[in-house]
Design a protein around this ligand. Sequence first.
Ligand code: SF4
Length: 74
Amino acid sequence: MKRRLVDPPSPQNDPRFQEERAKFGFVVGCERCVYFVHRTGGCAHRYPNEQHKVGAFERDATPAGSFCKEFELD
Ligand code: SF4
């Protein structure tokens, strides 16, 4: 039987995530990644990245944020 892979739920509307994100200065999002192309707003690896940008982790943002597995701190 094949397992279907699905993305885990976004933490964006989890109050604890938002509280700890602010409290500890959690760094997340393409804008802080070494592969972010500032000139275009895209990803050097050409990944679709709207859901990985900082704004996607704000409460009720669309698309909902998800963590990128290639993220490398800039
Ligand atoms: S590697 Fe991931 S986190 Fe980095 S810019 Fe590309 S999509 Fe964003």
